[in-house]
Design a protein around this ligand. Structure first.
Ligand SMILES: [Mn+2]
Length: 322
């Protein structure tokens, strides 16, 4: 297992030695990357006198996360030039969307596919969220605050889909318990997740469900969102988060695929499974992720052609049980 005490000492020394700290979160941000980043941000603000910034290169963030302490501090541009970088929930350096060449990086993540781009790598694939890694690391050098606990808990709740994924175990509940002990209000966090949907998110879900097709004897579900659907509903990327889970929820389905055709011609593909290694499918297209939740992005491709190729790859890789 990871020696958090030793790593925390190294990390704290790096932070102490740095002129400033930039916390970087990944493109198309999810609650884990932002919750992990904000949790660390709140800790450093409270316990150090360093200049700290938190950045995300995307245009849109999930708005329902605005209850997270310091959410309004997240910037699209990096202002510090020689700061120490802390990367959150990101398996490869290009997914940050910033030029980080030559920078010292603390890599805080839980993706098995992480390519260890950091100066210090704190990567624990067994953990359910990057925030679980961050919490176990930073509790060793900076006392947890109610603000940081709320951020870490929110990230954990989201990456475990409300404690339902196969990454959930004793240690996850143990961390959740400690975070609640540190001041998290679980009902408030939950209400932000379940009672603040946008109308666009329901309208786009309706269209995605309408497009659902079953392939390979019903074991693979495919849903498509076309640029017209996005234009008609006004949905943003965060509005489409979680749609693919509806396809996976079908009893017969083993693998679910959601293809989003963005107005600029980009195709974003999300893959989910009930155990099959869909990260291996994503890897074939230059993407990555976790065993049961992965994805990739393509430019200038026909949607139908991609659907056919994905179905072929699933067959070739033998991911479907007979
Ligand atoms: Mn994550």
């Amino acid at each position: 297992m990871v020696d958090f005490t030793a790593l925390a000492k190294e990390v704290a020394e790096k932070i102490e030695a740095a002129s400033a700290v930039t916390i970087v979160t990944h493109l198309n941000p999810d609650p884990d990357t932002l919750g992990t980043g904000l949790g660390i941000y709140n800790l450093l603000k409270k316990h150090t006198s360093k200049r700290v910034e938190i950045v995300n290169a995307s245009k849109e963030y999930p708005r329902y996360l605005d209850f997270l302490p310091s959410f309004n501090r997240i910037k699209q541009k990096m202002d510090f030039e020689e700061s120490l970088i802390i990367g959150c929930d990101c398996g490869s350096i290009d997914r940050f969307g910033f030029d980080l060449t030559g920078r010292e990086i603390i890599n805080v993540d839980h993706h098995r596919s992480n390519d260890m781009y950091g100066t210090i790598n704190v990567v624990v694939p067994e953990y359910a969220s990057a925030s679980q890694v961050a919490y176990r690391l930073f509790e060793k050098c900076y006392p947890t605050t109610p603000e940081s606990a709320t951020c870490f808990y929110t990230a954990l709740l989201s990456d475990t889909r409300y404690f339902t994924t196969d990454t959930v175990n004793y240690e996850v509940f143990h961390v959740a318990e400690e975070l609640v002990g540190a001041g998290v209000k679980p009902a408030e966090v939950a209400a932000n997740f379940t009672q603040r949907r946008s109308l666009a998110s329901l309208r786009i879900l309706e269209r995605a469900l309408h497009s659902l097709e079953l392939h390979l004897e019903g074991k693979v579900a495919v849903m498509r969102i076309m640029p017209e659907d996005i234009a008609a509903t006004g949905a943003t990327m965060p509005d489409m988060d979680g749609i693919v889970d509806y396809a996976r929820s079908l009893a017969v389905v083993q693998i679910a695929v959601l293809i989003i055709g963005l107005p600029d011609g980009t195709l974003r593909i999300s893959l989910r499974s009930k155990g099959a290694d869909v990260a291996s499918v994503a890897a074939r297209f230059g993407g990555g992720g976790h065993k049961v939740a992965a994805g990739f992005t393509l430019q200038n491709k026909q949607m139908q052609e991609i659907v056919d190729t994905i179905l072929q790859e699933i067959s070739i890789l033998g991911l479907i049980d007979g």
